[in-house]
Design a protein. Structure first.
Length: 25
């Protein structure tokens, strides 16, 4: 996972990669 790559601009930790992908739509 890449930190700060989520579409909402929040820096996510690797453990939250799946959660980040769910909010990337």
């Amino acid at each position: 996972a890449v930190k700060g790559a989520s579409s909402n601009g929040n820096c996510r930790d690797d453990k939250n990669e799946v959660e980040t992908n769910l909010h990337r739509s």
